[in-house]
Design a protein around this ligand. Structure first.
Ligand code: MLT
Length: 201
């Protein structure tokens, strides 16, 4: 997968896996990684699906309606890419924290829904429930931050509430931070995520 890897000053820190939103690329979220943990290594990946020329991490049939078969396939592909990248760059596979926005948050959520030990933790900005009606792996000890908008037209509040309870039922500890700025990723949401990260890692 197309990506950038920046080795951090402190190899004991988690590797931050950056996952952009629809129409983004592997460079978009690099400043965000810097704000969350300036000493961490960063692996930032570009989604391989194109929707009208816009990169995404998996196909959708319509806004908010995911192509589940493609989601499952792309999630496996990303999971395996993380194994390869850890080998190639020499970082700990079991110490990856994902930071995703929108479509990127959804594929990060999907990694949590399909694989145990794929992520050590996750910051999900404006996510949805990636898939319903499946059994989740055991996620005990996995901390998750959800940044959500009370008035987000793309990811309605109920999605975040459902996502929180599904992850919690699988053993994860989940904190939701609410904003009132639609689907945007605001500075205050990023600061809340940074504070949460410092408390957990
Ligand atoms: C998705 O398709 O993953 C969500 O609807 C968010 C987005 O627009 O990327």
């Amino acid at each position: 997968m197309k990506h950038v890897f920046n080795e951090g000053k402190d190899k004991t820190r988690p590797t931050l896996l950056m996952l952009h939103g629809t129409g983004g690329n592997e460079f978009d979220l690099l400043p965000l990684a810097e704000l969350i943990d300036e000493d961490a290594s960063v692996l930032s990946v570009r989604g391989e699906v194109l929707e009208n020329g816009m990169p995404r991490f998996f196909r959708r049939l319509a806004e908010g309606i995911f192509d589940e078969e493609d989601l499952v396939f792309r999630t496996k592909q990303l999971h395996e890419f993380l194994d390869e990248a850890a080998n190639q760059y020499g970082f700990a596979r079991n110490n990856i924290v994902a930071i995703g926005y929108s479509n990127g948050a959804n594929i990060a959520g999907s990694l949590l829904f399909h694989y145990d030990h794929s992520l050590k933790g996750a910051i999900l900005h404006h996510p949805m429930v990636p898939r319903r009606g499946i059994d989740l792996p055991n996620l005990s000890g996995v901390p998750v931050f959800i940044g959500a908008g009370q008035n987000d037209p793309i990811c309605p509040p109920q999605e975040s509430i459902d996502l929180q309870s599904l992850l919690k039922n699988a053993g994860a500890s989940v904190e939701i931070h609410w904003e009132n700025h639609g689907h945007s990723l605001t500075q205050t949401e990023v600061m809340a995520a940074a504070k949460w990260y410092k408390n957990h890692f």
